[in-house]
Design a protein around this ligand. Structure first.
Ligand code: ADP
Ligand code: MG
Length: 232
């Protein structure tokens, strides 16, 4: 399979080369999509609704298979969905983070250490015993991220994680993820349509017509997109 484990010598933590993806209906979504995210980078992926952002992330997360192209992602990979209620399955914060570790068959003390470390990293340790239903949307997203940290994920794929959040929680989450990426040497690809979030990333990609139409400095891309939307 082309999308497989890569070693550190490979070109990026996330590497996508000439991906083509079509739904069985015949709808072409990705048409020669290529991008690279270097280890340690916090990158954002922008594009209109339906431009294929979620499709690309699902391919990178191993949830969909493209018809053509090559890709590689440094494992383990953590996925954060737009709606945390689709992702959190256990009754409490600590139990949910621990649940993500079941496949690893770790000793109990190691599980406890991993859960506490992950919750502390995203400032949720004091909520370890809190029921999931008693959390805000932003806190739920932080639990989902803690799950990936506990699994020692190298790469985080975040699909519009702030779409359901109010503006304060939105900025809080983007800053926390940026800090985590920088402090722990992670790599993140974050999908958004909210231009204000571009202020916090290293680099951005614009997906249009199934491929990366523009990429680079997020401030330049932000101004370009702001001018575009104000001219219509
Ligand atoms: N399960 C599906 N079956 C068929 N078409 C789909 C499915 N999921 C998404 N699509 C279509 O694929 C295109 C790309 O969707 P998506 O990757 O979700 O875009 P984005 O995340 O950029 O909004 C859209 O036209 C969407 O309607
Ligand atoms: Mg989407």
């Amino acid at each position: 399979m082309p999308g497989d484990i890569v070693a550190a010598k490979d070109p990026g933590a996330i590497w996508v080369n000439n991906l083509w993806f079509q739904w069985p209906s015949g709808l072409s979504v990705l048409q020669g999509c290529s991008l690279t995210v270097q280890p340690g980078e916090f990158c954002m992926l922008l594009g209109n609704n339906g431009s294929g952002k979620s499709t690309l992330l699902k391919i990178l997360g191993g949830l969909l298979q493209p018809q053509e192209g090559k890709w590689a992602v440094e494992k383990p990979v953590g996925f954060v969905f737009q709606n945390p209620d689709h992702q959190l399955v256990m009754p409490t914060v600590g139990a949910d983070v621990a649940f993500g570790l079941v496949d690893e068959h770790l000793p109990l003390a190691e599980i406890r250490n991993r859960v506490d470390d992950a919750l502390a990293a995203i400032n949720l340790l004091e909520m370890k015993r809190r029921p999931i239903y008693a959390l805000s949307g932003g806190q739920k997203q932080r639990v989902a991220i803690a799950g990936a940290i506990a699994r020692h994920c190298h790469v985080l794929l975040l699909d519009e994680p702030t779409a359901l959040l109010d503006p304060d929680s939105q900025i809080d989450l983007v800053k926390r993820v940026r800090d985590l990426v920088k402090e722990r040497g992670l790599t993140a690809l974050w999908v958004t349509h909210r231009l204000v979030e571009l202020d916090y990333c290293d680099r951005a990609f614009l997906l249009e017509a199934g491929r990366v139409l523009d990429e680079g400095n997020p401030t330049r891309l932000k101004h370009h997109l702001q001018n575009k939307s104000s001219s219509v």
